[in-house]
Design a protein around this ligand. Sequence first.
Ligand code: FE2
Ligand code: FE2
Length: 604
Amino acid sequence: MRIICTHCKTSYNVNLVNIKPEGIEFKCAKCLQFFLVKPHHLQQIKPSILNNITQLRKSDMGTKTNQYSDDDNLNTLLTSVVDDLKNYGNRLNDQLSKLSDIGIALSGVTDLTILLEMIVDQAREFTNADAGTLYLREGDTLRFKIVQNNSLGIRMGGTSGQDISFPPVELKETNVSAYVAIKGTSVNIPDVYETDLFDFTGPKNFDQTSGYRSKSMLVVPMRNHENDVIGVLQLLNAQHMKTSEIIGFSKDYENLTESLASQAAVAVTNAQLIHEMGELFDSFAQVMATAIDEKSPVTGGHIRRVANMTLTFAEILSKNKDKYKDIEFNSEQMHELRIAAWMHDIGKVTTPVEIVEKAKKLQTIFDRIQYIDLRICYIIEQMEKDYLNQKIQLLEKGETTEKISALESREKAKREKLIDIRGFIKQCNNPGEFLEDEKIERLDEISKMTWKDFDGNEQPFLDDDELLNLSIRRGSITESERKKMQNHAAITLKMLKKIPFTKKLKNIPLYAGAHHEFINGGGYPLGLKGDEIPFEGKIMCVTDIAEALTASDRPYKKAMPLEVVYRILREMADKGELDKDLVEFFISEKVFNKYKEKHETNGR
Ligand SMILES: [Fe+2]
Ligand SMILES: [Fe+2]
């Protein structure tokens, strides 16, 4: 005998003996749903006829022209059964396919605001409900997230821009939504005015003030993959498809809405997890920036300013409809760029702070100029002592005043020379734009001078490291210190590559690690060239330098005027270091001014 699944219309050949009057339940191997087969189905319908029905369903042809039996009465009956079955099957099929479409659509949305609104929209459309409310569970309350009422033109929450001011619903069983959240079961009420199972004072009061009439209500739990009820979906006033008359929610709709709510719950949980993960990365980036800020406020300030300037730059690029009309950063890309910018100098946690904040050329953990200064003062004191001893001897011998005056003059000249050297070294200790050759030669000569220490040992005026540091031509750091400093970019890349970023944040190491790469390949840490450098890296390269030049908190330099900054940026672009178009865009679009206006209104 042949039986047909009433849900998906798959047919099966079975041997049925002694079927009971109440029928027998089968589970369809294809759609996994149960369907009932009663004796009269088998007795009255010949296998050939059933086969015809199956064929008909498959081909979706009409039934009017088909003859199932020679008996007219039986033929009419069968035609009616087939029509009903066909309509029911089609409707069910449509609903299932719609449900499946909704499930697919929901799973693709990770923005919670859009997702929650989409769930209510889809559930209302699916059940033809006039109104819908979605609550999410927060602790011991249900918080309104979406409120919609088509007849009254109400759309609140989600992307509507209308905030929901209703207080959260306490989890008390007298409230129908709270009951559903607590019990995890659905409630289907044909008319809320005809039941005293729950307290509907709220909807009734609302009806009085709005002129609305709340009637049928379907409230289903949103149960996620861990079986937790994370929210409640409440649908109100199902409307007849043709007449728009308010009707009750059918059992079919109840089951299908439960399925929809479960799929929605999983999608919501996913979206929440993705959102939390995004927030986790955000906080991680901030924590790292705080750690760097504690170690070196100069670097902390630099990171914050580069991040804000980079985002301002990206926003302006996104809005541009001219040269960069194809560049647009969506919210996810902005999030990725924001974290990359906040983490771009994360490698500086390993850079010694005395290098990062080296204010004077002789600075290590303190400024060694004090040593040299004390040394010169000691030399002067010693010289003074020698001079006085010699003078005493001359006086004791009764030498002429000319001889004594000559001694005084020599002593005065020596002292003036040392005072001059002291001032010169102090001057050289200041990092400057450029240290001329003659000054470097003079430092070299000074370093070769000697003096006797307390134990009588001869010592150089300046040791090798002091000479090396004082002879730095530009800035305050030596070549080896520069290498240690530049190493932060390689460390940034190394550290970020260890973090298992999610798919949407996967470019963070790439962007952050490229902020010192130059178009001509002369940058670091990888020496990337041209298009090997991501666009985001090129942006950060410009903002990183612009910040460094404009910053007023660097102990080794003053803030440069914007015209000078622009000149340096253009020079770097001409040398093939920075992206020329981006530099020109940065200047012409006044990115720096706009960033400062937006983020640094209180000044630095
Ligand atoms: Fe850097
Ligand atoms: Fe930087």
